[in-house]
Design a protein around this ligand. Structure first.
Ligand SMILES: [Ca+2]
Ligand SMILES: [Ca+2]
Length: 481
C-alpha cells in the first residue's frame, strides 16, 4: 500500500467519522458581512442589500464615508467581517518604519470609520520576480470566519491569523514566536508554507483566495513555470490543497495538472453542493476546470476550457477567473496574464453532476464571443454578467448563453461585477466605476472616476460599498460627506 493511498484511506475514514459540516450558506450574505472573495463559497457576486449609493464623487467627498491609504498598488479585493475591513496591498504606505522595504501587506481597518488597526507584513521572496513580483503585495482576498482569518501571502504561505490581533491581550497559537507583538501587528495562529510543504514553485505571484467547507480550507498553490517559460521546476507539486483549519495540516492535495501547466496557476477555488454532492471546483494551469469531493479530494470530473486545436499562447488560454456556481451550474471563462494583452476567450456553463472527462457531456453551452478574461461572473434573475480583459461586459441568458446585451467599458477590466439592488457595478483600468441597470435592457445609470485604476471588485456590507483603487480604500455610503 503506497503512502499516498494510505493517506487517502485515512482521509476517507476521517470524513466518514466527522460530523456533517454546516450546510452551505445561500449565495447572498444579505445585509451582513462580505467575509470572502465572492461573498459566499459559490463566489456568485450578488447581494440583496438595499440603499447603496448609485453615485458618488471621491474628489468632492460626496457619499464618501471614509478613505484609507493603502500602498502604491492594491490587487487584493477587500472583505468585511466582524466590524473590520481587510485588504491586501504593498508596503509603500510604510505604516511601520520598523518594517521597511518592499513587502506584501494585509491591512485591517475598522469598518465604522476606516481607522487602521493592524497589518501583517511579509518580506519578498529572495528569488525575486520569478516567484514574487516586486511591489505587487498581497493579492489574496482573505476568508474570515469568526475570529479567524485565512489568506495567502506573497511568500506562498497559507496563513491563519487572529482577527483581533494582539489587541485581545492574547497570543493565539500554535504560533507564538512572532517577532512583533504590538497593537498594530498580526497575531499568527498557524502558517502552511506551500513552497516547503508541497514543493510549490509560484510563478510571479501567489494570489489564491481561500474558501472553506467543514474543517477544511482550500487554496490554489500557484505552482507554475520558471522564468524560461518552458521549464516547470516542480511538476509534482499539487495545484490545489485542502488544509485543516484548526491544525494547519495538509489533508488532501491533487496534481492532475502535472507538467502541463501553460504558465502559472492563479484561479481561486469555489465550493458548492451540486447534485447532492459537496464539491470544490478549481480552474487549473492546464486550462482545465476540475471538481473534487470536498471532504476527501476525490476527483469527480474535469472539463477542458480550450478547443482541442488551440495553441498556446495565441489561442490556448489558462484559467485565472474563479468558477461561479448558480442554480447548480458552473460558469467560468478562460484568459491569460494581463501582461499578455488581449486575445480570444471562451466562456462556459458546465453541468457538474456529470463524471469523468465532461468536456462534451457537461457542456451546457459555450460562448466564444468573449475575449480573454480574468474576471469572475455574477448571476442573478437568469442573467449572467461577464466582463473580459478587452473591456466588454457581456450580459447573457444564463440558461442558454444567448446574448442579452454587451457594454463597452472602453478600458481593460481586471475586476468582477457586483449585482446588487437592481444594478451592476464594475470598475476598470482607467479608474472608472460604471453602474448599469441589471436586467434585459442595457442602460448606463452612472459613471464615477476613482482617481486611479480599479483592479479590484466592489464589495457591499452593511449599507456601504467598499472599493479599492491602486492606492486607497473607499467606503461609499448614501448621505455621507
Ligand atoms: Ca490574539
Ligand atoms: Ca500567535
Amino acid at each position: 500500500m503506497t503512502q499516498r493511498f494510505l493517506r487517502f484511506a485515512l482521509v476517507v475514514l476521517a470524513a466518514a467519522l466527522a460530523r456533517p459540516p454546516v450546510p452551505l450558506a445561500a449565495s447572498d450574505p444579505g445585509t451582513s458581512d462580505w467575509p470572502m472573495w465572492g461573498g459566499t463559497p459559490d463566489r456568485n457576486m450578488v447581494s440583496s442589500m438595499k440603499g447603496l449609493p448609485l453615485s458618488w464623487d471621491v474628489a468632492a467627498r460626496k457619499n464618501v464615508k471614509w478613505v484609507a491609504a493603502l500602498g502604491s498598488q492594491a490587487y487584493g479585493n477587500p472583505v468585511v467581517s466582524g466590524g473590520m475591513v481587510f485588504v491586501g496591498t504593498n508596503n509603500e504606505a510604510l505604516r511601520d518604519p520598523k518594517q521597511p522595504g518592499d513587502r506584501g501587506v494585509l491591512m485591517a481597518f475598522r469598518e465604522a470609520d476606516g481607522e487602521f488597526l493592524w497589518q501583517s507584513t511579509h518580506e519578498k521572496l529572495a528569488a525575486g520576480r520569478v516567484n514574487d513580483w516586486p511591489y505587487q503585495g498581497v493579492a489574496s482576498s482573505p476568508l474570515v470566519e469568526g475570529d479567524r482569518l485565512y489568506f495567502v501571502s506573497n511568500r506562498c504561505e497559507l496563513i491563519a491569523l487572529d482577527t483581533q490581533g494582539f489587541r485581545d491581550g492574547e497570543n493565539d497559537g500554535p504560533v507564538t514566536d512572532e517577532k512583533l507583538k504590538g497593537q498594530s501587528d498580526a497575531d499568527v495562529v498557524w502558517k502552511f508554507d506551500m513552497m516547503q510543504e508541497v514543493g510549490s514553485f509560484p510563478h510571479n505571484m501567489s494570489n489564491s483566495s481561500p474558501v472553506s467547507f467543514g474543517d477544511l480550507v482550500y487554496v490554489s498553490t500557484s505552482n507554475g513555470q520558471d522564468e524560461s517559460h518552458v521549464n516547470i521546476p516542480s511538476p509534482r507539486a499539487p495545484a490545489i490543497i485542502a488544509v485543516n483549519k484548526k491544525t494547519g495540516k495538509l489533508v488532501w492535495e491533487d496534481n492532475s495538472v502535472f507538467d502541463r501547466i501553460l504558465h502559472g496557476q492563479w484561479s481561486s477555488p469555489t465550493v458548492a453542493r451540486i447534485g447532492g454532492v459537496d464539491q470544490v471546483i478549481h480552474g487549473q494551469g492546464d486550462g482545465w476546470v476540475r471538481g473534487y469531493e470536498a471532504l476527501t479530494g476525490k476527483k469527480l470530473w474535469e472539463f477542458d476550457s480550450n478547443p482541442k486545436d488551440s495553441v498556446w499562447p495565441k489561442t490556448r488560454n489558462e484559467l485565472i477567473a474563479t468558477p461561479v456556481v448558480s442554480d447548480g451550474i458552473v460558469y467560468i471563462a478562460n484568459g491569460q496574464d494581463p501582461e499578455h494583452g488581449e486575445g480570444v476567450g471562451h466562456l462556459y456553463a458546465i453541468d457538474a453532476t456529470k463524471r469523468g472527462d465532461i468536456t462534451e457531456s457537461g457542456r451546457v453551452w459555450h460562448y466564444d464571443k468573449i475575449r480573454r478574461s480574468i474576471s469572475t461572473a455574477a448571476v442573478q434573475d437568469g442573467i449572467l454578467y461577464y466582463p473580459d480583459f478587452s473591456g466588454f461586459l457581456h450580459a447573457l441568458d444564463a440558461k442558454t448563453g444567448k446574448v442579452v446585451w454587451v457594454h463597452d467599458m472602453l478600458a481593460a477590466v481586471w475586476g468582477s461585477p457586483l449585482v446588487v439592488d437592481g444594478r451592476v457595478y464594475l470598475g476598470d483600468e482607467d479608474g472608472d466605476v460604471v453602474v448599469l441597470q441589471a436586467g434585459r435592457e442595457k442602460k448606463v445609470l452612472a459613471e464615477m472616476a476613482m482617481g486611479s485604476s480599479v483592479y479590484c471588485s466592489l464589495v457591499p456590507a452593511h449599507g456601504a460599498l467598499f472599493i479599492a483603487n491602486r492606492n486607497q480604500l473607499f467606503a461609499i455610503a448614501q448621505g455621507k460627506q
